[in-house]
Design a protein around this ligand. Sequence first.
Ligand code: GH3
Ligand code: MG
Ligand code: MG
Length: 325
Amino acid sequence: VRVLVADDDPVCLTLLVRLLKSWGYTTIAFSDGESALRELLVPGAPDLAILDWVMPGRDGIDIARVVRAQHKDSYRYIILISAKDTQADYLEALAAGADDLLTKPFDPQELKARMHVGQRILTLQAGLLHAIETTRFQATHDLLTGLPNRLSILDTLDRELARAQREHSQLAVIMGDVDHFKQVNDTHGHLIGDDVLREVASRMQQSLRTYDHVGRFGGEEFLILAPTAGLEAAREIGERVRLAIARTPITTEGIAINVTLSLGVTATPGSSGELLRRADVALYRAKHEGRNRTCVEVSPLVQTHESLRSPLEERDPVAARRRVV
Ligand code: GH3
Ligand code: MG
Ligand code: MG
């Protein structure tokens, strides 16, 4: 355990450091408050500090106050040492944010005992932070694939949509669904089915740009959000994802399984509900037309404004015909 020690009295500082070392602590020592505070504020600083109350520049109580105001994510346990020993002093120290006040000259055994109290609190605190982090992750992620879950990806959709509106940029929404996945389960069993889903999720992630999002929308259904992508870019993303899965069979437990994905693509304008509905319509069409393909559903607004000569259609007459339907 690393301990930060600050005291402007060199004799006291040397004594503290020697004691702490003999108890197995690693120490970082400072003879002034200013540099002690600077060190305490960097990430990864020692989370146990013993500070002299009265020091030139920053005194111990000042440091405690600043550390408390700034550190929200991790805890710093602060023990003040001082010749001050009235009840009023004690209360002032605690009110400023110190965890403990030890009067000088201190009894080494008492300091040792109080250090243990500090360590106990820090261990509890670390456990609590870890539990909160784990809970937060589990509440927003799918356990099987590690992707954001439905709630979380829908939340991201709302945020990205608001941002697209603010920045007058586009947002593409792509829904992908594994083809005949029930057959994978029926043929190879659920555990292999789970492996396949994990691999599908991983290949999807790998074929996206870093600022795109993919979440597990349902059982074998995934939702991709591509900020700044219009319809044409979105269809390219859809095809890239589709090929990443269809090109190479998924091998698990020595079995190679051919897996394909159908994708429904749409892009702004539209509310999140409209975008999801259109992506779903496009996905349904991809299934209906034979699966392992990407279909596009255009906003009715775009259809009227851009009529029938968008870049997408010039490049892909098949898509153009589909749009007219
Ligand atoms: P389609 O091409 O029309 O999408 O056919 P499909 O068989 O993929 O679609 P359907 O909706 O009939 O079946 C989806 C299957 O996915 C049924 C369900 O048991 C399975 N499934 C959903 N979640 C999981 C999961 O977490 N693990 C496994 N192994 N299977 C799952
Ligand atoms: Mg399916
Ligand atoms: Mg499905």
